[in-house]
Structures are given as C-alpha cells and as structure tokens.
Design a protein around this ligand. Structure first.
Ligand SMILES: *[C@@H]1O[C@H](CO)[C@@H](O)[C@H](O)[C@H]1NC(C)=O
Ligand SMILES: *[C@@H]1O[C@H](CO)[C@@H](O)[C@H](O)[C@H]1NC(C)=O
Length: 214
C-alpha cells in the first residue's frame, strides 16, 4: 500500500478543497451532520496516515492536574459559544496535550470544536475572551483508533503504543504534543470511537512492524 503514497499525494494536490463535509462519508462520524473529512494516504496494521486540509476551529485553553476536569471546563465553555451563536455541533472534538508534562504538574490542554462549513469563513466572534478562533494549517497525521471512553490513562497508553510503532519504523513526527480526538457525545454508550494523532514530519512512513520483521 505504501508505494501508492506518491500517487495519492498527487491526487491530493488536485482534489484539495473544502474539507468540512457531510458525515455520511465517514462511518465512525455518526452523531453530527458535519465532520472533518480527510484523505487517507495509507494504512498499516498499526496506524493510518491521513491528510487534513487547513480548517478553522473554535478553541479554548484550560489547565488542571486532572485532564478530565480541564476537559469538562473547556467543553462547557465551547458549548456555550456554539449555543449562544446557533452554531451546530460537529465532530471530531480535538484535545491538544503536551507530552512533556510530568504527572505532578498541571497540564495545559487546548480543546477545539470544528466550525461547520457555514461558519468556516466568518465565524461569530467569541464574547468570552478565553475562547478564540484558530486555523489549524494543512497537516498529515499518524492515527491510532480505539473504542470505549477517552480517559487520560487510556489516551496515554494509546499514545505510547503509537509512538512505539512509529519509532520502530523510523517515522518522524512532532514529539512534544499529540491530539486526543473524540467522535461521541458523553451520552453515547456503544460503538464509541477515539483516536490519537501525532503530526507527521518529513515524508510519512507507511511500513508496519510486521513487514520489517519478515
Ligand atoms: C448528507 O448525505 C445524506 C446521504 O447522502 C443526505 O441524506 C443528507 O441530506 C446530507 N446532509 C447534509 C447536511 O447535507
Ligand atoms: C493555548 O495553548 C497553546 C498550547 O497548547 C499555546 O500555544 C497558545 O498560545 C495558547 N493560547 C492562548 C490564547 O492562551
């Protein structure tokens, strides 16, 4: 599969366009009308490589010793923004985490809601000064998916598993942070889908450890 990536890369250049779109295009994105769409560059047994176009998000920073607490405060603040401005909820929700925070330190988390296509260009101005509009530039990410609930301890072990796989194939990625990515409302009990993303540096590597072993 990985030898296709040059060709797929060429296609991406030709087809790059609005990438907030109908969630019917993604099977794990089922709770909102719109989702952040991407191009799959390649997939190994261990991870996927995706390309995301530059899109705008509404974000807020929050600190706490406990990720779940920061998460709840940030979610509430962003939810107020979308509610007050009649902005529809979309998926996924991104949580950016530093990988350098020691367990006794209070971590800073950036939570972001994807702006729907209608509000990508001219989003309503946030009234809370802790809420800001942010455009995350075009990027490629290494992705590992998992089910169930996104808890700090699970995100951490999934992030470690992904970096172990990436390191074993010599993949280069931004090491000081990752994204914890959620697709479900807290009320959803089944078929939950979460991801860990590391931002690709240089050319993406698409070799699974099994291929290296054989
Ligand atoms: C998304 O696609 C489905 C199926 O193609 C369609 O029924 C629905 O109206 C679309 N939704 C939006 C918001 O365009
Ligand atoms: C939010 O946190 C990020 C680090 O994740 C930092 O780069 C950024 O400057 C902060 N922004 C604001 C508005 O506090």
């Amino acid at each position: 599969m990985f030898y296709l990536s040059g060709f797929v890369g060429l296609l991406l250049v030709l087809t790059a366009e609005a990438r907030v779109g109908n969630s019917s295009e993604l099977d794990f994105c089922s709770e909102t009308d719109e989702c952040c769409l991407f191009d799959l560059i390649c997939r190994t047994d261990d991870y996927e490589v995706r390309h995301y176009d530059s899109v705008s998000w509404v974000s807020t920073n929050e600190s706490s010793l406990i990720m779940e607490v920061a998460n709840m405060r940030a979610f509430r603040r962003l939810f107020t923004y979308i509610n007050e401005n009649n902005v529809k909820m979309t998926t996924p929700v991104l949580l950016k985490l530093s990988d350098n925070t020691k367990f006794w330190q209070s971590g800073t988390y950036t939570m972001s809601f994807l702006l729907p296509s209608k509000h990508q260009k001219n989003p309503p101005k946030p009234t809370d000064d802790r809420v800001y509009i942010e455009t995350i530039p075009d990027m490629k990410v290494y992705v590992r998916s998992y089910g169930g609930w996104m808890l700090k301890i699970r995100d951490q072990s999934q992030a470690e598993a992904l970096t172990t796989d990436l390191n074993s194939v010599g993949a280069k990625y931004k090491r000081n942070f990752h994204y914890a990515v959620g697709y479900n409302s807290p009320m959803t009990m089944f078929n939950r889908h979460n991801e860990v993303w590391y931002v690709v540096e240089d050319e993406p590597v698409c070799t699974s450890s099994e291929e290296l072993d054989s």
